[in-house]
Structure formats: C-alpha cells, structure tokens
Design a binder for this molecule. Structure first.
Ligand code: CU
Length: 154
C-alpha cells in the first residue's frame, strides 16, 4: 500500500491506535483536509470547540447522567478542568456503568493513565485528574448510542 490514494496517511492507521492519535492529530492538524475520517471528529465526539471550560476555582465540575430529557448522555459531555481538580460523575452507576476509554475494546484510548476507573455501583464517582491529558470515558451499556464523554485536563 503506497498511500497514493490518500492525502493524509496519518488517518490510515488501524482503529485503536488511530483513536489514540486522533486527539493529537485533531489539535495539530486543522489543516484543510478535504474528507474527514468516518469516525467522530475528536475522541468520543469531543472536538476542541465542544469543550466547556470548568477550570475556574469555583466552577461546577459535575457530570450528570441518567436524568432529564436525555438520560443516555453525559452532561456536560466534554469538559476541561485543570490538573489536580476533581470531577464528580452523578447518576446511577448500576444502570450506567462508567468506564475509561471509548468502548470496551478501547479502554486505553486517550492519554495513558486515565484515572477514571470502571465503576458499576453507587450513585457517584469522584475522579481526581492529576495530570494534563485527554481522558475519554463511556457507559458500558449505552456507549454505542453515544453515551460517551471526555474530560480534558490542562
Ligand atoms: Cu448508560
């Protein structure tokens, strides 16, 4: 395979590595490529413009799920926090088990050392993010329907 048919060989890496690379590529190359990849624009559908800044000292760093008009989503889905801050996931974890990554087959997607642990019980999970990075997560039962999100730490 010579890559002659493709403009961007970076997008040609097989699935799992490409998810790892996707975040980096997305931030580095906003370089007018004609055809976007079939996958979501960023890890778990969170592109740069989607992230809500929750880095301020008094900011709300709660991600709710399983409630409201869209129970199969995380709200907010894409947030930015600062290193050392804690995010609280609020909802029924037995109904919506939390896991790191983008799917059961890609739990190591994103920055290495994702502090989000698999949690399938309780109504709250507090996660402290020590280091900068992009940490995706998903609901083990509903990720295929888009119940996924990302905590970006800077
Ligand atoms: Cu769910």
């Amino acid at each position: 395979m010579t890559g002659m048919m493709r403009h961007n060989p970076l997008r040609y890496v097989p699935d799992l590595p490409s998810m790892l690379v996707a975040g980096l590529v997305a931030s580095i190359s906003a370089c007018g490529d004609d055809t976007p990849p079939a996958s979501a624009p960023g890890l778990n559908g969170c592109s740069d413009a989607d992230f809500i800044d929750r880095t301020a000292a008094g900011a709300e760093r709660t991600v709710a799920f399983g409630t409201g008009a869209s129970p199969f989503t995380y709200a907010p889905k894409c947030i930015t926090v600062a290193a050392g801050q804690t995010v609280t996931f609020m909802g029924d974890l037995s109904v919506h088990p939390l896991a790191p990554g983008t799917s059961p087959a890609a739990m190591s997607a994103g920055t290495a050392g994702n502090p989000i642990a698999r949690t399938g019980a309780g109504t709250m999970a507090r996660v402290t993010f020590a280091g900068a990075g992009t940490y995706p997560y998903f609901c083990e039962l509903h990720y295929a329907g888009g119940m996924v999100g990302v905590v970006r730490v800077r």
